[in-house]
Design a protein around this ligand. Structure first.
Ligand SMILES: Cc1cc2nc3c(=O)[nH]c(=O)nc-3n(C[C@H](O)[C@H](O)[C@H](O)COP(=O)(O)O)c2cc1C
Length: 361
Protein backbone atom coordinates (compact mmCIF):
# COMPACT_ATOMS: atom_id res chain seq x y z
CA UNK A 1 0.00 0.00 0.00
CA UNK A 2 1.33 3.44 -0.97
CA UNK A 3 1.46 6.34 1.48
CA UNK A 4 2.39 10.02 1.57
CA UNK A 5 5.06 11.85 3.57
CA UNK A 6 6.23 15.46 3.86
CA UNK A 7 8.87 17.03 6.14
CA UNK A 8 6.00 17.79 8.56
CA UNK A 9 5.90 14.06 9.35
CA UNK A 10 9.45 14.27 10.72
CA UNK A 11 8.64 17.44 12.70
CA UNK A 12 5.79 15.71 14.55
CA UNK A 13 7.04 12.12 14.27
CA UNK A 14 3.92 10.98 12.41
CA UNK A 15 3.43 8.72 9.38
CA UNK A 16 1.10 10.86 7.24
CA UNK A 17 0.75 14.67 7.17
CA UNK A 18 -2.90 14.61 8.24
CA UNK A 19 -3.71 16.42 11.48
CA UNK A 20 -7.11 16.15 13.15
CA UNK A 21 -8.34 19.55 14.31
CA UNK A 22 -9.12 20.48 17.89
CA UNK A 23 -12.91 20.69 18.03
CA UNK A 24 -14.81 21.68 21.15
CA UNK A 25 -17.53 19.14 21.99
CA UNK A 26 -16.14 16.70 19.40
CA UNK A 27 -12.43 15.93 19.66
CA UNK A 28 -11.25 14.36 22.89
CA UNK A 29 -9.00 11.48 23.97
CA UNK A 30 -10.79 8.72 22.07
CA UNK A 31 -10.82 10.45 18.67
CA UNK A 32 -7.32 11.87 19.04
CA UNK A 33 -5.92 8.43 19.97
CA UNK A 34 -7.66 6.77 17.02
CA UNK A 35 -6.18 9.34 14.61
CA UNK A 36 -2.66 9.14 16.07
CA UNK A 37 -2.81 5.33 16.11
CA UNK A 38 -3.70 5.45 12.41
CA UNK A 39 -0.58 7.49 11.63
CA UNK A 40 -1.88 11.08 11.74
CA UNK A 41 -1.68 13.61 14.56
CA UNK A 42 -4.65 13.47 16.94
CA UNK A 43 -5.63 16.58 18.83
CA UNK A 44 -7.62 17.04 22.04
CA UNK A 45 -9.82 20.16 22.21
CA UNK A 46 -9.00 21.84 25.50
CA UNK A 47 -10.63 25.24 25.13
CA UNK A 48 -14.05 24.45 26.50
CA UNK A 49 -13.29 21.85 29.18
CA UNK A 50 -12.19 22.45 32.76
CA UNK A 51 -8.56 21.70 33.69
CA UNK A 52 -9.84 18.49 35.34
CA UNK A 53 -11.70 17.22 32.25
CA UNK A 54 -8.75 18.14 30.03
CA UNK A 55 -6.47 16.06 32.27
CA UNK A 56 -8.93 13.17 32.12
CA UNK A 57 -8.95 13.26 28.29
CA UNK A 58 -5.16 13.40 28.08
CA UNK A 59 -4.99 10.39 30.40
CA UNK A 60 -7.51 8.59 28.21
CA UNK A 61 -5.33 9.34 25.17
CA UNK A 62 -2.23 8.00 26.88
CA UNK A 63 -4.08 4.79 27.84
CA UNK A 64 -5.21 4.26 24.24
CA UNK A 65 -2.10 5.36 22.36
CA UNK A 66 1.66 5.71 22.68
CA UNK A 67 1.78 7.96 19.61
CA UNK A 68 2.22 11.77 19.55
CA UNK A 69 -0.54 13.97 20.96
CA UNK A 70 -1.54 17.56 20.19
CA UNK A 71 -3.60 19.65 22.64
CA UNK A 72 -5.57 22.67 21.39
CA UNK A 73 -5.69 25.53 23.90
CA UNK A 74 -7.04 29.07 23.50
CA UNK A 75 -5.17 32.07 24.85
CA UNK A 76 -7.66 34.92 24.42
CA UNK A 77 -6.42 38.45 24.95
CA UNK A 78 -9.81 39.69 26.11
CA UNK A 79 -11.03 37.26 28.73
CA UNK A 80 -13.88 38.23 31.04
CA UNK A 81 -14.98 35.42 33.34
CA UNK A 82 -18.70 36.05 33.47
CA UNK A 83 -21.65 38.27 32.73
CA UNK A 84 -20.86 40.40 35.77
CA UNK A 85 -17.61 41.52 34.09
CA UNK A 86 -19.23 42.71 30.90
CA UNK A 87 -22.45 44.34 31.96
CA UNK A 88 -25.33 42.77 30.06
CA UNK A 89 -28.27 44.85 31.20
CA UNK A 90 -30.99 43.03 29.30
CA UNK A 91 -30.93 39.80 27.29
CA UNK A 92 -31.44 40.26 23.52
CA UNK A 93 -34.96 39.41 22.24
CA UNK A 94 -33.93 36.24 20.35
CA UNK A 95 -32.28 34.83 23.47
CA UNK A 96 -35.43 35.42 25.52
CA UNK A 97 -37.41 33.74 22.71
CA UNK A 98 -35.04 30.74 22.61
CA UNK A 99 -35.27 30.39 26.41
CA UNK A 100 -39.06 30.27 26.04
CA UNK A 101 -38.94 27.67 23.27
CA UNK A 102 -36.58 25.43 25.22
CA UNK A 103 -38.73 25.73 28.33
CA UNK A 104 -41.73 24.62 26.28
CA UNK A 105 -39.70 21.55 25.31
CA UNK A 106 -39.04 20.84 28.99
CA UNK A 107 -35.37 21.94 28.88
CA UNK A 108 -34.07 24.10 31.69
CA UNK A 109 -31.55 26.79 30.72
CA UNK A 110 -29.08 27.24 33.56
CA UNK A 111 -26.26 29.80 33.96
CA UNK A 112 -22.97 28.43 32.64
CA UNK A 113 -19.35 29.14 33.47
CA UNK A 114 -17.56 29.55 30.16
CA UNK A 115 -14.13 27.95 30.29
CA UNK A 116 -13.09 29.50 26.99
CA UNK A 117 -13.12 32.85 28.73
CA UNK A 118 -10.61 32.03 31.44
CA UNK A 119 -6.95 32.81 30.73
CA UNK A 120 -5.99 31.44 34.19
CA UNK A 121 -7.53 28.08 33.32
CA UNK A 122 -5.82 28.16 29.91
CA UNK A 123 -2.46 28.47 31.70
CA UNK A 124 -3.38 25.57 33.97
CA UNK A 125 -4.38 23.44 30.98
CA UNK A 126 -1.05 24.19 29.31
CA UNK A 127 0.81 23.08 32.47
CA UNK A 128 -1.23 19.88 32.56
CA UNK A 129 -0.66 19.11 28.87
CA UNK A 130 3.09 19.66 29.26
CA UNK A 131 3.23 17.56 32.43
CA UNK A 132 1.83 14.65 30.37
CA UNK A 133 4.47 15.30 27.71
CA UNK A 134 2.12 16.49 24.95
CA UNK A 135 4.19 16.47 21.77
CA UNK A 136 2.42 19.52 20.32
CA UNK A 137 0.29 22.43 21.47
CA UNK A 138 -2.05 24.16 19.02
CA UNK A 139 -2.74 27.78 19.90
CA UNK A 140 -6.17 29.10 18.97
CA UNK A 141 -7.05 32.79 19.52
CA UNK A 142 -3.46 34.01 19.25
CA UNK A 143 0.01 32.49 19.73
CA UNK A 144 1.75 34.27 22.64
CA UNK A 145 5.55 34.10 22.72
CA UNK A 146 5.53 33.00 26.37
CA UNK A 147 3.49 29.93 25.37
CA UNK A 148 5.99 29.06 22.62
CA UNK A 149 8.95 29.52 25.00
CA UNK A 150 7.30 27.45 27.74
CA UNK A 151 6.56 24.64 25.28
CA UNK A 152 10.01 24.67 23.68
CA UNK A 153 11.63 24.45 27.11
CA UNK A 154 9.86 21.06 27.44
CA UNK A 155 10.62 19.95 23.87
CA UNK A 156 7.00 20.44 22.79
CA UNK A 157 6.23 21.79 19.31
CA UNK A 158 3.83 24.70 18.80
CA UNK A 159 1.29 25.22 16.01
CA UNK A 160 -0.36 28.62 15.55
CA UNK A 161 -3.87 28.72 14.06
CA UNK A 162 -4.84 31.70 11.88
CA UNK A 163 -7.43 32.82 9.33
CA UNK A 164 -5.56 35.82 7.90
CA UNK A 165 -2.12 35.96 6.32
CA UNK A 166 -1.07 38.96 8.40
CA UNK A 167 -1.57 36.87 11.55
CA UNK A 168 0.91 34.34 10.15
CA UNK A 169 3.64 36.92 10.73
CA UNK A 170 2.90 37.12 14.46
CA UNK A 171 2.89 33.33 14.69
CA UNK A 172 6.34 33.30 13.04
CA UNK A 173 7.60 36.12 15.29
CA UNK A 174 6.46 34.20 18.37
CA UNK A 175 8.71 31.33 17.21
CA UNK A 176 6.03 28.70 16.50
CA UNK A 177 7.11 25.55 14.62
CA UNK A 178 4.24 25.49 12.12
CA UNK A 179 1.13 27.44 11.20
CA UNK A 180 -2.36 26.29 10.26
CA UNK A 181 -4.05 28.64 7.81
CA UNK A 182 -7.78 28.16 7.76
CA UNK A 183 -9.84 29.38 4.83
CA UNK A 184 -13.37 30.71 5.16
CA UNK A 185 -14.66 27.28 4.06
CA UNK A 186 -13.75 25.83 7.45
CA UNK A 187 -16.06 24.91 10.33
CA UNK A 188 -15.95 26.83 13.61
CA UNK A 189 -14.36 30.27 13.93
CA UNK A 190 -13.37 31.35 10.48
CA UNK A 191 -12.29 34.40 8.50
CA UNK A 192 -13.57 35.59 5.15
CA UNK A 193 -10.69 34.63 2.80
CA UNK A 194 -10.87 31.44 0.73
CA UNK A 195 -8.21 28.79 1.36
CA UNK A 196 -6.71 28.85 -2.15
CA UNK A 197 -5.89 32.57 -1.93
CA UNK A 198 -4.94 32.50 1.78
CA UNK A 199 -2.55 29.63 1.20
CA UNK A 200 -0.94 31.27 -1.84
CA UNK A 201 -0.37 34.52 0.02
CA UNK A 202 0.98 32.78 3.12
CA UNK A 203 3.36 30.63 1.07
CA UNK A 204 4.76 33.74 -0.60
CA UNK A 205 6.52 34.84 2.59
CA UNK A 206 6.39 32.24 5.33
CA UNK A 207 9.52 30.48 6.57
CA UNK A 208 7.79 27.84 8.69
CA UNK A 209 5.77 24.81 7.52
CA UNK A 210 2.22 25.70 6.48
CA UNK A 211 -0.71 23.40 7.17
CA UNK A 212 -3.92 23.95 5.17
CA UNK A 213 -7.41 23.90 6.69
CA UNK A 214 -10.95 24.71 5.72
CA UNK A 215 -13.36 22.67 3.65
CA UNK A 216 -10.94 19.76 3.09
CA UNK A 217 -12.69 16.40 3.29
CA UNK A 218 -11.12 14.20 0.61
CA UNK A 219 -7.78 13.13 -0.80
CA UNK A 220 -8.06 15.06 -4.07
CA UNK A 221 -8.23 18.24 -1.99
CA UNK A 222 -5.27 17.10 0.10
CA UNK A 223 -3.28 16.45 -3.09
CA UNK A 224 -4.24 19.94 -4.31
CA UNK A 225 -2.99 21.82 -1.22
CA UNK A 226 0.16 19.68 -0.93
CA UNK A 227 0.90 20.46 -4.56
CA UNK A 228 0.32 24.13 -3.85
CA UNK A 229 2.99 24.03 -1.17
CA UNK A 230 1.29 23.12 2.11
CA UNK A 231 3.13 20.48 4.14
CA UNK A 232 0.02 19.01 5.71
CA UNK A 233 -3.69 19.38 6.38
CA UNK A 234 -5.75 20.09 9.53
CA UNK A 235 -9.18 18.48 9.23
CA UNK A 236 -12.20 19.06 11.41
CA UNK A 237 -15.47 18.39 9.59
CA UNK A 238 -14.22 15.12 8.04
CA UNK A 239 -14.04 13.63 11.56
CA UNK A 240 -17.29 15.10 12.94
CA UNK A 241 -19.41 12.01 12.28
CA UNK A 242 -16.63 9.52 13.03
CA UNK A 243 -17.37 6.74 15.51
CA UNK A 244 -14.88 8.20 17.99
CA UNK A 245 -16.20 11.78 17.75
CA UNK A 246 -17.97 13.06 20.88
CA UNK A 247 -20.47 15.13 18.86
CA UNK A 248 -24.06 14.66 20.02
CA UNK A 249 -25.88 11.91 18.12
CA UNK A 250 -28.27 14.36 16.45
CA UNK A 251 -25.34 16.54 15.39
CA UNK A 252 -23.71 13.53 13.70
CA UNK A 253 -26.99 12.72 11.94
CA UNK A 254 -27.27 16.34 10.75
CA UNK A 255 -23.70 16.20 9.38
CA UNK A 256 -24.36 13.01 7.43
CA UNK A 257 -27.57 14.47 5.98
CA UNK A 258 -26.25 17.97 5.22
CA UNK A 259 -25.58 19.25 1.71
CA UNK A 260 -22.67 21.54 0.82
CA UNK A 261 -24.88 24.64 1.19
CA UNK A 262 -26.11 23.74 4.69
CA UNK A 263 -23.61 25.96 6.48
CA UNK A 264 -23.69 29.64 7.25
CA UNK A 265 -21.01 31.98 8.62
CA UNK A 266 -22.53 33.99 11.43
CA UNK A 267 -21.48 36.08 14.44
CA UNK A 268 -24.56 35.17 16.47
CA UNK A 269 -22.92 32.50 18.63
CA UNK A 270 -20.20 34.62 20.18
CA UNK A 271 -19.75 37.86 18.26
CA UNK A 272 -16.97 36.41 16.08
CA UNK A 273 -17.76 34.66 12.82
CA UNK A 274 -18.40 30.92 13.15
CA UNK A 275 -19.37 28.58 10.29
CA UNK A 276 -22.14 26.25 11.44
CA UNK A 277 -25.05 24.19 10.17
CA UNK A 278 -28.08 26.47 9.84
CA UNK A 279 -30.78 25.77 12.44
CA UNK A 280 -33.48 27.42 14.54
CA UNK A 281 -30.89 29.05 16.86
CA UNK A 282 -29.50 30.95 13.88
CA UNK A 283 -32.84 31.71 12.24
CA UNK A 284 -34.18 33.23 15.47
CA UNK A 285 -31.84 36.19 14.85
CA UNK A 286 -33.25 37.04 11.42
CA UNK A 287 -34.39 40.66 11.61
CA UNK A 288 -32.81 41.04 15.07
CA UNK A 289 -29.20 41.54 13.93
CA UNK A 290 -29.10 44.94 15.63
CA UNK A 291 -29.58 43.23 19.01
CA UNK A 292 -26.27 41.36 18.77
CA UNK A 293 -23.86 42.34 21.52
CA UNK A 294 -20.47 41.64 19.93
CA UNK A 295 -17.62 39.54 21.36
CA UNK A 296 -17.39 38.55 24.19
CA UNK A 297 -20.82 39.60 25.48
CA UNK A 298 -22.66 37.73 22.73
CA UNK A 299 -20.88 34.53 23.76
CA UNK A 300 -21.84 34.96 27.38
CA UNK A 301 -25.54 35.41 26.63
CA UNK A 302 -25.77 32.52 24.13
CA UNK A 303 -23.74 29.91 26.07
CA UNK A 304 -26.49 28.81 28.48
CA UNK A 305 -28.92 28.12 25.58
CA UNK A 306 -26.33 26.27 23.49
CA UNK A 307 -25.19 24.12 26.38
CA UNK A 308 -28.69 23.26 27.58
CA UNK A 309 -29.59 22.22 24.01
CA UNK A 310 -26.41 20.23 23.70
CA UNK A 311 -27.10 18.30 26.90
CA UNK A 312 -30.64 17.58 25.65
CA UNK A 313 -29.31 16.54 22.17
CA UNK A 314 -31.59 19.15 20.54
CA UNK A 315 -29.96 19.97 17.22
CA UNK A 316 -32.25 22.91 16.46
CA UNK A 317 -30.91 24.88 19.42
CA UNK A 318 -27.23 23.94 19.63
CA UNK A 319 -24.22 25.28 17.84
CA UNK A 320 -23.19 22.75 15.17
CA UNK A 321 -19.98 24.08 13.62
CA UNK A 322 -19.17 22.50 10.26
CA UNK A 323 -17.21 23.41 7.15
CA UNK A 324 -18.40 23.66 3.56
CA UNK A 325 -17.05 20.18 2.85
CA UNK A 326 -19.86 18.75 5.00
CA UNK A 327 -21.87 17.74 1.92
CA UNK A 328 -19.26 15.05 1.20
CA UNK A 329 -19.40 13.52 4.68
CA UNK A 330 -22.07 10.90 4.21
CA UNK A 331 -21.23 8.08 6.59
CA UNK A 332 -20.37 7.34 10.19
CA UNK A 333 -17.01 5.58 9.99
CA UNK A 334 -14.06 4.88 12.25
CA UNK A 335 -11.25 7.44 12.29
CA UNK A 336 -8.83 4.72 11.11
CA UNK A 337 -10.99 4.03 8.06
CA UNK A 338 -11.21 7.75 7.31
CA UNK A 339 -7.42 8.14 7.54
CA UNK A 340 -6.78 5.13 5.29
CA UNK A 341 -9.31 6.38 2.75
CA UNK A 342 -7.80 9.90 2.73
CA UNK A 343 -4.31 8.51 2.12
CA UNK A 344 -5.51 6.23 -0.72
CA UNK A 345 -7.40 9.10 -2.34
CA UNK A 346 -4.43 11.46 -2.06
CA UNK A 347 -2.08 8.93 -3.67
CA UNK A 348 -4.61 8.28 -6.43
CA UNK A 349 -5.08 12.01 -7.09
CA UNK A 350 -1.34 12.66 -7.27
CA UNK A 351 -0.82 9.72 -9.62
CA UNK A 352 -3.74 10.70 -11.79
CA UNK A 353 -2.43 14.28 -12.03
CA UNK A 354 0.88 12.91 -13.29
CA UNK A 355 -0.94 11.03 -16.03
CA UNK A 356 -3.44 13.74 -16.96
CA UNK A 357 -1.30 16.88 -16.86
CA UNK A 358 1.38 17.03 -19.52
CA UNK A 359 4.18 19.53 -19.19
CA UNK A 360 4.80 20.81 -22.69
CA UNK A 361 7.60 22.91 -24.09
C1 LIG B 1 -17.34 21.26 15.54
C2 LIG B 1 -16.10 22.11 15.45
C3 LIG B 1 -15.56 22.62 16.60
C4 LIG B 1 -14.40 23.40 16.53
N1 LIG B 1 -13.83 23.82 17.70
C5 LIG B 1 -12.60 24.37 17.66
C6 LIG B 1 -11.89 24.57 18.86
O1 LIG B 1 -12.37 24.28 19.96
N2 LIG B 1 -10.64 25.10 18.77
C7 LIG B 1 -10.08 25.39 17.56
O2 LIG B 1 -8.93 25.82 17.54
N3 LIG B 1 -10.74 25.22 16.41
C8 LIG B 1 -11.97 24.68 16.43
N4 LIG B 1 -12.61 24.41 15.25
C9 LIG B 1 -11.95 24.73 13.94
C10 LIG B 1 -10.99 23.59 13.58
O3 LIG B 1 -9.82 23.68 14.38
C11 LIG B 1 -10.53 23.62 12.12
O4 LIG B 1 -9.81 24.78 11.85
C12 LIG B 1 -11.67 23.47 11.11
O5 LIG B 1 -12.50 22.42 11.50
C13 LIG B 1 -11.12 23.21 9.71
O6 LIG B 1 -12.11 23.28 8.74
P1 LIG B 1 -13.02 22.00 8.34
O7 LIG B 1 -13.99 21.83 9.46
O8 LIG B 1 -13.68 22.42 7.09
O9 LIG B 1 -12.11 20.82 8.20
C14 LIG B 1 -13.81 23.68 15.28
C15 LIG B 1 -14.39 23.16 14.11
C16 LIG B 1 -15.51 22.39 14.18
C17 LIG B 1 -16.09 21.82 12.91
Amino acid sequence: MKSIRTPLCDLFDIQVPILQAGMGGVAYGRLAAAVSNAGGLGCIAAIDGTPETVEEEIRRFRQLSNKPLCVDIGFPRRAPTGLADVEVVDLPGPIKQLHKELKALGVEVKPSHDQAMSIEDAKLKLDIALSYGAEAIACALGTPKWVVDTCHAKGTKVIGLVGRSRHVRSVMEAGADAVVVQGTEGGGHTGDVGLLALLAETLSFTTIPVIAAGGIVNGAQIAAVLTQGAQGVWLGTRFLASEESSAEDNFKAAVVEAGHDATVRTPIFDGLHIRSLRNRFIDAWDGHENEMLGYPRQRLVTSPVRWAASRANLKDYMNMPAGQGVGLVNERESAAKILAQLVDETVAALESARERIRIGG
